[in-house]
Design a protein around this ligand. Structure first.
Ligand code: UDP
Length: 404
């Protein structure tokens, strides 16, 4: 894990000095993150970088997990989709399943932190254990248009937290508790994003039997309907009529996402007649994701709904031209025709991919602008500062934080 000083050449000395000063103010406090999966998806990705860096800064930070069975995660996946505004049939039994597992977690999870930082709906009921400590609820989902029944159910718990955190202004909700808007981030020095030697990139391509003989278009995502992998194949098929290229759809599974295997089957079925479509079931391996992103000519993120979309930041950081849907946190990252191309449909995605494949100079410029935008806004150092200020704010009810 990189030490905090190693970020100075990227973000400058003063931000790193600031972090040290701010972190000192949290001496003696324990920050405890709680979520539902150690790997897979953006929340685990961020925590795996954030927790060691906070500890490195002297903020005593822990990371604990709740447990749940298949039924529980089927329900929470439905909640997730419904909160993103997708039509889902939620039954009374689903709420009961959710509460039964939540009660077990209340019994089994020790909430010892001075600050308990709960991520997403899965562990939300733990708030029933609130004592004199401070509790934060971090929502990583775009809840701008949620299923009202699920949202109302969650509200009974949210209102008990000291504060809630959302990724983007458009995701915030009317709440009786304080809200913070803090976008996620990527770690430029982690295995997922650091520079890689060309041999490493080539060896990963070789491992998956991918040749560099035609342009590579890639989407890396969990196999989830909201990431629309089938739509990506349809967009690629339209491009392929005009430009000979290949498609990589790569993803792993998350422990809290039981739908993955079904979606993977659908994707395999849809692509079975085309040897230029590479469907890769990835192990949890950041270097491989990094190498595939770097090997690509274009990165696609054709999500139907999105929380923030870390894969977009990762691609832009690597100066890749990106075609991505105008949903969730993606427009915070991509200004259309400046730092990438936004799309709204299969046709739009295929048009944008064609445009970028046939205009390499334009594609390169978009990637360069994207890199700068991520550097200025979505690196983990900014995120660390925001989180430390958030923690300090819990002890300053008047909204004033004295830094010296
Ligand atoms: N990811 C990964 N392996 C995979 C698929 C995704 O490491 O096989 C990572 C991806 O690089 C990104 C995160 O998981 O860091 C996904 O975050 P994002 O915000 O894009 O989507 P989420 O999965 O949270 O909906």
């Amino acid at each position: 894990m990189a030490r905090i000083e190693e970020y100075i050449p990227i973000v400058g000395q003063s931000l790193i000095d600031d972090l040290g000063l701010l972190a000192e103010r949290l001496k003696g406090k324990v920050v405890q993150h709680i979520n539902s999966t150690p790997v897979g998806g953006g929340v685990a990705e961020i925590l795996s970088r954030m927790v060691p860096l906070l500890n490195g800064l002297g903020v005593d930070t822990k990371w604990d997990l709740i447990k749940g069975g298949e039924q529980f995660f089927e329900v929470t996946k439905k909640f997730h989709n419904a909160l993103h505004g997708r039509a889902e049939e939620i039954t009374q039994r689903d709420f009961e399943v959710f509460m039964e597992t939540s009660k077990q977690n209340i019994e089994n999870v020790d909430t010892y932190g001075d600050i308990v930082f709960v991520h997403d709906p899965q562990p939300i009921v733990l708030i029933n254990k609130k004592a004199a400590n401070k509790w934060l609820w971090r929502c990583h989902i775009d809840v701008s248009n949620p299923n009202e029944r699920v949202w109302k159910f969650l509200m009974d718990f949210i209102v008990q937290y000291n504060s809630a955190v959302f990724s983007a202004p458009s995701f915030s909700r009317k709440l009786p508790v304080r809200q913070f808007l803090i976008p996620p981030s990527i770690d430029p020095l982690g295995d997922k994003n650091k520079e890689l030697p060309q041999e490493t990139i080539d060896s990963v391509l070789k491992k998956y039997g991918i040749k560099k003989d035609k342009p590579i278009v890639t989407q890396i995502s969990r196999f989830d309907r909201l990431k629309d992998p089938v739509g990506v194949i349809e967009a690629y098929q339209k491009v392929k009529k005009y430009i000979n290229c290949q498609l990589i759809l790569a993803g792993g599974t998350a422990e809290d996402d039981p739908e993955g295997i079904k979606v993977l089957d659908e994707v395999r079925e849809k692509s079975k007649d085309d040897a230029d479509i590479h469907i890769l079931l990835l192990p949890q391996n950041d270097i491989e994701v990094n190498a595939l992103q770097r090997a690509s000519d274009i990165i696609v993120q054709k999500s139907l709904r999105e929380g923030f979309g870390l894969t977009v930041s990762e691609a832009l950081w690597k100066s890749k031209p990106v075609v991505a849907s105008n949903v969730g946190g993606i427009p915070l990252q991509i200004k259309h025709k400046y730092s990438g191309l936004l799309c709204h449909s299969v046709e739009g995605a295929s048009f944008a991919i064609k445009q970028l494949l046939s205009s390499p100079g334009y594609a390169k410029k978009l990637g360069e602008n994207g890199h700068e935008h991520i550097k200025n806004n979505f690196l983990i150092t900014r995120h660390l500062r925001d989180y430390i200020l958030l923690f300090l704010s819990l002890y300053h009810p008047e909204d004033v934080i004295h830094l010296c």
